[in-house]
Design a protein around this ligand. Structure first.
Ligand code: NDP
Length: 403
């Protein structure tokens, strides 16, 4: 395989194609397509300047399956990497099946009018991909993505199984803006305003959004408040690793962020139902996205580090007793900007998408069917994290922390 089509020219897409261009031995021909072609052209110019590689660009409305199929045929792409929005997942999977190529994304499908974060729609494609001899990889960003692959690595090399898992996502960066999200504001706000849910003893436990907080001392970042949230990998991890007793997801937010989201929610600006405004139907959250800073332009302003990883407890490989491991990556916003021109949140998503794509291109992950990342062999992916900008560490803790 040599040719790849990337759909979506946002913060994440920009990092992924830049990193792909740094691996011409894997990605011999790269096409970047998106709704607004000028964004593809700007990214292509940045890629050319940084790497000397020319990538092709194209205008595409991914909601039109026939247009995507035509573009796949024209480019000869063998893998489609979906870095548009979760709303486009199913139509892009349909296009891949029709054109006969492999698929990879970083976020699960959501209907535009419901913030559901469920895999059921994409898992329903299993038989079709299997029958066609094609591979679809779901959720190959950082979380979901690396955090699930880290769990598989710990389960393969350190523990017999996973009893407790806490995914900890800390962004210790500061962009100097009173309020800005680090990736697509619409998706980010849908996530943080949804009720928190975690998996415990075979059932989901639901609590109101942003009510359960805990201070944690993150390596290289320091003490931050993290909040219990629902995140889509909890569904796939608890499905694929049925021994899990408790799975939770935590994300750090500063007080200013929480205050802004609370006010915006109280005044109705985070709503996803259409409202009439001056005779025109608008969706409040989409309007809010229009007036908020564009995350892809925050790179130059953002300083500090991210620290994302898992704390996992389970029976040790070497016999009986339980052990606890903390496996994580630390990423520096300014170093990411110097390397690819983006901040660390786009970088920590875009690099894993490139590595996941490399795994499909080189045949490491080519089993026909629809797979979440924790179902795949982690070793080659984890090696490439170390060589391609997201080195990780694993340390043994003295028991699972109480929080
Ligand atoms: P952006 O909003 O910055 O970029 C999305 C891009 O998709 C834009 O260029 C947009 O075009 C394009 N797009 C939207 N609709 C269409 C369409 N119908 N046809 C073609 N192109 C379209 O988002 P991000 O880069 O921040 O995020 C990209 C994806 O990554 C999202 O799905 C997000 O949920 C996911 N993500 C995953 C993470 C993880 O760790 N797993 C973390 C962060 C993000 P236009 O410019 O015209 O609007």
């Amino acid at each position: 395989m040599e040719k790849v089509l990337v759909v979506g020219a946002g913060g994440v897409g920009s990092v992924t194609v830049t990193k792909m261009a740094m691996h011409p031995e894997i990605f011999k021909e790269i096409t970047l397509a998106s709704r607004t072609v000028s964004k593809c052209e700007d990214i292509a110019a940045n890629v050319k300047e940084r790497t000397g590689v020319t990538i092709r660009t194209a205008q595409l409305d991914a909601m039109k399956v026939a247009d995507t199929v035509a573009l796949i045929k024209e480019t000869g792409a063998e893998l489609l990497v979906n870095l548009a929005l979760p709303y486009q997942d199913l139509v892009l999977m349909d296009a891949c099946l029709e054109a006969g190529i492999h698929y990879l994304d970083t976020a699960n499908y959501e209907p535009e009018d419901e913030a559901k974060f469920e895999y059921k729609w994409q898992w329903a494609y299993q038989e079709r991909f299997k029958k066609a001899g094609l591979t679809a990889i779901l959720g190959a960003g950082f979380d979901p993505g690396v955090t699930s692959i880290m769990a598989t690595w710990v389960r393969k090399h350190k523990l017999e199984g996973i009893r407790l898992i806490d995914v900890l996502d800390c962004n210790g960066g500061d962009n100097g803006k009173p309020f800005a999200t680090n990736f697509n504001p619409e998706i980010n706000i849908r996530e943080v305003t949804a009720p928190a849910r975690h998996w415990e003893n075979g059932a989901w436990v639901e609590t109101p959004a942003m009510t359960h907080k805990h201070e944690f001392d993150f390596p290289a970042v320091g003490k931050k408040n993290m909040y219990l949230m629902y995140h889509e990998e909890l569904e796939s991890l608890s499905t694929h690793f049925p021994e899990i007793e408790r799975a939770r997801f935590w994300m750090t937010f500063g007080d200013a962020y929480i205050n802004h989201v609370t006010v915006l929610q109280n005044v109705g600006m985070t709503g996803i139902e259409p409202v009439m405004h001056n005779g025109q139907e608008i969706i409040p959250l989409q309007f809010l996205k229009t007036v908020l800073p564009d995350p892809s332009e925050l790179g130059e302003l953002t300083k500090g580090k991210t620290c994302i990883g898992d704390i996992i407890t389970g029976p040790a490989k070497d016999g009986g007793a339980e052990k606890t491991y903390y496996i994580y990556n630390i990423c520096d916003h300014e170093e990411c900007y110097a390397e690819v021109g983006s901040q660390a949140v786009a970088y920590t998503t875009g690099v894993p998408a490139m590595i996941g794509a490399a795994m499909v291109m080189n045949g490491t992950w080519r089993e026909p069917g629809v797979w979440n990342t924790e179902q795949l062999d982690p070793d080659a992916f984890m090696d490439m994290l170390n060589t391609d900008g997201l080195p990780w560490q694993v340390v043994e803790l003295d028991g699972h922390p109480e929080f």
